[in-house]
Design a protein around this ligand. Structure first.
Ligand code: 6PG
Length: 256
């Protein structure tokens, strides 16, 4: 299998990272809509994407009006097992920072039903929705991912079966350290994306980023330990947008 194109771009800080991400998001949305009349995106949760979403939503910035939101379909890479108005809900975070401010049709917003009492059922419902929407191969135009201090991404946590899932598109792993279920897309879907963009900000991510990259370089891939290493699109590209603090653990390369 061909190695995916992996690019790492260093940003001075969180502001530059968000602006670079907004430019990449807008450009890929324009290209996808031009080529296929629609753009499908799986969003990441957590705190890092907030600034990106706020930039995309800000009418004073160039991004919102560049994107034909009527042709954009938004999905989530993962969700917490909570209702959509819960403070920990990734959907709520996105609604407050982006969805309420852009002209995207309600039917183009495909959220994970975190309120479903049975997390496995929430995962099954979302898989049904993905299978109906993509009818066959679930190829997102763009997947946004974050990186946890333990190198988890989406809700693919170290030591969970979800990291090795190759059949099911959505699963609901129990995450011991959170004492909670999560609902997450699996590598079976994430690795079919055209473009994956990792947003990594802050010194607390330096160790994980180093482990992910050094492991790759030394051929010591261990996705069970460093789940972000499982992200290798079969026929797509990976772009790491990283701020200086998060990159502080990476070995300097000549000329970098
Ligand atoms: C989530 C995420 C998760 C996140 C990382 C980084 O639901 O929490 O999807 O994978 O991207 O935990 O989180 P921060 O951006 O908050 O550091």
């Amino acid at each position: 299998m061909a190695q995916p194109l992996i690019d790492l771009r260093l940003c001075a800080d969180g502001a530059e990272l968000a602006r670079t991400a907004a430019e990449e998001f807008s450009r890929r949305a324009e290209d996808a809509i031009h080529a296929r009349k629609r753009c499908t995106v799986a969003l990441s949760g957590g705190s890092t994407p907030r600034r990106l979403f706020a930039l995309l939503a800000d009418g004073r910035e160039p991004f919102r009006d560049r994107i034909d939101w009527r042709a954009v379909h938004l999905f989530w890479g993962d969700e917490r097992h909570v209702p959509p108005d819960h403070p920990e809900s990734n959907f709520r975070m996105t609604r407050e920072t982006l969805l309420d401010a852009v002209p995207i049709p309600a039917e183009n917003i495909h959220r994970i039903r975190g309120e479903e009492p049975d997390a496995a059922r929430a995962a099954a419902l979302y898989e049904d929705e993905l299978r109906a929407f993509f009818s066959g191969s679930p190829r997102f135009d763009l997947v946004l991912l974050g990186l946890g201090p333990d190198a988890h991404t989406a809700s693919l946590f170290p030591g969970t079966d979800a990291v090795r899932e190759r059949e099911r598109w959505v699963v609901a792993p129990w995450v011991e350290k959170l004492a909670a279920f999560r609902i997450t897309l699996t590598p079976a879907v994430l690795n079919r994306a055209a473009t994956v963009i990792f947003l990594v900000q802050g010194e607390e991510k330096a160790g994980a980023l180093r482990a992910v990259f050094e492991g790759e370089r030394e051929g010591e891939r261990d996705p069970d330990r460093w789940p972000a290493q499982v992200i290798r699109p079969e026929s797509g590209e990976v772009l790491w947008l990283v701020d200086r603090a998060a990159a502080s653990g990476l070995e300097k390369r000549s000329g970098s």
